[in-house]
Ligand binder design. Sequence first.
Ligand SMILES: *[C@@H]1O[C@H](CO)[C@@H](O)[C@H](O)[C@H]1NC(C)=O
Ligand SMILES: *[C@@H]1O[C@H](CO)[C@@H](O)[C@H](O)[C@H]1NC(C)=O
Ligand SMILES: *[C@@H]1O[C@H](CO)[C@@H](O)[C@H](O)[C@H]1NC(C)=O
Ligand SMILES: *[C@@H]1O[C@H](CO)[C@@H](O)[C@H](O)[C@H]1NC(C)=O
Ligand SMILES: *[C@@H]1O[C@H](CO)[C@@H](O)[C@H](O)[C@H]1NC(C)=O
Length: 470
Amino acid sequence: MANAERTQSPHKLSQGTKSTCLLFFRLLFFAVFQVAQANKQAFIQSDTILEVLHFGERGLLQTESDIDISSYHQKSPPLHRGNCRPIRFEPPMLDFHEQPVGMPKMEKVFLHNPSPEEISLISISATTAHFHASFFQNRIIPPGGNTSFDVVFLARVVGNVENTLFINTSHHGVFTYQVFGVGIPNPYRLRPFIGARVPVNSSFSPLINIHNPHSEPLQVVEMYSSGGDLHLELPTGQQGGTRKLWEIPPFETKGVMRASFSSRDADNHTAFIRIKTNASDEDEFIILPMEVEVTAAPGIYSSIEMLDFGTLRSQDRPKHLNLHLLNSGTKDVPITSIRPTPSNDAVSIEFKQITLKAGENKYTKVASISFDASKVKRPSQTSGKITVKAKEKSYSKLEIPYQTEVLEGYLGFDHTVTLFHIRDSPPDPQERPIVLTNTFNFPILIHDVSLPEEAKTMFKVSVCARMCTL
Ligand SMILES: *[C@@H]1O[C@H](CO)[C@@H](O)[C@H](O)[C@H]1NC(C)=O
Ligand SMILES: *[C@@H]1O[C@H](CO)[C@@H](O)[C@H](O)[C@H]1NC(C)=O
Ligand SMILES: *[C@@H]1O[C@H](CO)[C@@H](O)[C@H](O)[C@H]1NC(C)=O
Ligand SMILES: *[C@@H]1O[C@H](CO)[C@@H](O)[C@H](O)[C@H]1NC(C)=O
Ligand SMILES: *[C@@H]1O[C@H](CO)[C@@H](O)[C@H](O)[C@H]1NC(C)=O
């Protein structure tokens, strides 16, 4: 499994003949994936730069071209409306229905030209990052002819998203095309990394935790970054190959890789992490966008963009996460308070006043934030923000969102069944059936029953003939 060993992808830059013809188009900011095709490509386009990223041989994500098209401008013809649309779309609109967050789905859209004139297409643009469109297969549609483009739905959040794609032509104005989709939770409990803010030269390094929802082990077979300022590293302390590290036992969650983004360019950056497991089909990938704002503004920064408490059961003990902060300014700054907004009984914060030294280019543990799922009374308590106040007026306010999913319920059993009475003489073995009651509002699969080491000398678990779903 050579692919699994490769953790960093090179970032190759070259000028191709293919790219020069695109010089004549003005491109709005949008990103495109063509994930399900033999020649896998992703385009990242902006006002000034067009990059064609290839998911090339062995799945490497490479930059093929990088051209400046900012000098090109053209007058926009009026918007086309009413019945006089010379272009017919097939399908008339696109509904992606439900797709897990981070798992792209691609559909093809045909454009038919029933008019007697040829239509010259300039660009496709979307106004949200959830949808990505490829360039047209053919830029010119002859009279009575057709062309096509691909639309990829890559949900970044749970919930409904809809968007209008704008298709710009040279002489026939702008056409609109509606796309819809619903983001549902990722089965591997993965999420995009959106909204991180870091100072120039310091890094944003989240751990990528993958949950295995299957009853057999899950093997991560490849993991790539879009390169540039984003690298993938083995989690600290890990030695040797990734095969064992990347095998996730049934129903468990494991940190498989650390993504590390660091840049000296103060700008908004977008990068991607692509993951493939042996549970997915040939052309199926998980793609996690990472958006990082790198800034030169002096201030207090957090090492993580989100305090993610993960999935908790209502009877779990409180879960703790540490908050690490950094002061990028030139003066020492006291941190005066750290509070949840709005206030939340389920969140408690252990914090002692601390002064963050200037120029200490590293993150310092400042607080421990705990989430107690047993104190959740309303769904609104499962997310919010942690507000950090610093004694420095020129710094902007620091707010770190937090979230958790709380599963209401427990597995109940009769506690008297597990009490055994021992007399002076060694007792005859006693066998007791234990009946579990599921009070969650979904089925629970019991896949293992085990004893703590110290109980193994006295007890034995004999499991009923088949594992049961409660
Ligand atoms: C359509 O393309 C022209 C030429 O590139 C551009 O000036 C105009 O702003 C575009 N219109 C829209 C709505 O994208
Ligand atoms: C598109 O046009 C080609 C010929 O120009 C034709 O063979 C094909 O069937 C058309 N596709 C659709 C979806 O109409
Ligand atoms: C960032 O690092 C580069 C190279 O290591 C250095 O030239 C630059 O001055 C640094 N910028 C800041 C703001 O520290
Ligand atoms: C994935 O790989 C693991 C570990 O090698 C294996 O146990 C499991 O059966 C594989 N799953 C599939 C669907 O092939
Ligand atoms: C980056 O994005 C943020 C939020 O959208 C915006 O406030 C900021 O001005 C942007 N920075 C740059 C350099 O474009």
